[in-house]
Ligand binder design. Structure first.
Ligand SMILES: [Zn+2]
Length: 345
């Protein structure tokens, strides 16, 4: 069976691997789509992965084999997305009563769990922990389904922020997650939403998905905010760019007493003024990954066609073009942030 693995920085190889077999507690899924995510591109650039299974982790497919001791609701032919299980009930966090950030869920997201395969879902088939697969609702096709994972990340961020009726929201970074956060913030009650991104094409995309305005970093956002509501700044700012200077932009855009939600990932150290946070009573909150609740909320909203994800992709690649696609994504951010892999394409 074929799988694409990251050998080292900037080197994707298509290799023959043993056909996966479902061990106890696991299922084998035939991959139909796998999104190339921002983290995949970061891994491609650096050669660093938390685990091989992380390379290609936004997938949808069909269950083709069920091992012993699996949840009874799984069946062969079931269309599923890869996500996280319910809280395990056994890890230190679960025992301490904070199962919403269960250690098992976080290890599954990054592919370091006991049942993780030694490749990700840029593959024909993959073996995974049966507890982490969730049925794709009727009416959600496989391409949209491949966005369930980032859709859940966005749902987690918005649920962490709890925007309320009439809020003004700013989203910094119009990548996949940023665009989805902007959409969901509106569904969650925000009245005005602005996106900030370097690329005019991404600004346009944000507006087509419901943002009221979009700006280039450092330009015109302050003027726009001064004209919204009380004029004191955004009630909530989501930092989805994963850039160190974006955090300063976020703190600059939020109103006194407002919240900044950290969603983007940056290994760099960001400098912000503690005095600014304190004097203006700003809440800074981290949002990491997602929980099973976020997955269910995201899938339900997608099934209701209220959470639109199909504008985020327009390219499909197979094994033959996958390595080249990473080169392309490295050269230039595409107009649509998500590229989908399909084994048979
Ligand atoms: Zn746990």
């Amino acid at each position: 069976m074929k799988a694409a693995v990251l050998r080292k920085a900037r080197m994707v190889e298509i290799v023959d691997v043993d056909e996966p077999r479902a061990a106890a507690g696991s299922v084998v899924v035939a991959i139909e789509r796998c999104g190339i995510g921002g983290p995949d591109l970061v891994a491609w650039r650096t050669g660093e992965l938390p685990a091989p299974a992380w390379f290609g982790h936004e997938w949808v497919g069909r269950v083709v084999e069920i091992g012993p001791a699996c949840p009874p609701e799984r069946f062969e032919g079931e269309r599923v997305v890869g996500a996280v299980p319910p809280p395990c009930g056994r890890c230190r966090r679960c025992v301490a009563g904070i199962g919403s950030i269960c250690e098992l869920g976080l290890s599954i997201i990054v592919g370091t769990d006991r049942l993780a395969a030694d490749h990700g879902a840029f593959a024909e088939r993959i073996r995974v922990d049966a507890r982490r697969v969730h049925r794709l609702p009727e009416g959600v096709d496989e391409s949209d389904g491949a966005l369930a994972e980032p859709a859940a990340v966005a749902a987690h961020a918005v649920r962490r922020a709890q925007p309320s009726l009439g809020d003004t929201v700013v989203v910094i970074g119009a990548g996949t997650v940023g665009l989805l956060v902007a959409e969901l913030a509106r569904l969650a009650g925000a009245s005005r939403v602005a996106a900030v991104d370097l690329e005019p094409e991404r600004q346009e995309l944000a507006c087509s998905l419901g943002a009221d305005a979009a700006f280039t970093p450092g330009r015109d956002l302050g003027k726009w905010l001064a004209g919204q509501g009380h004029g004191l700044g955004a009630d909530v700012v989501f930092e989805c760019a994963g850039a160190s200077d974006a955090l300063a932009t976020a703190v600059g855009a939020v109103r006194p007493g407002g919240s900044v939600i950290l969603v983007g990932f940056t290994p760099e150290t960001a400098t912000i003024s503690a005095q600014q946070l304190l004097h203006r009573e700003i809440t800074v909150r981290g949002s990491l990954g997602y929980s099973i609740t976020d997955v269910h909320r995201a899938l339900d909203l997608m099934a209701d066609e209220r959470y639109r994800v199909s504008a985020l992709y327009d390219r499909l690649v197979g094994f033959g073009k996958l390595a080249e696609e990473f080169e392309r994504l490295d050269r230039r951010r595409p107009a649509r942030p998500k590229v989908l892999f399909q084994p048979g394409a």
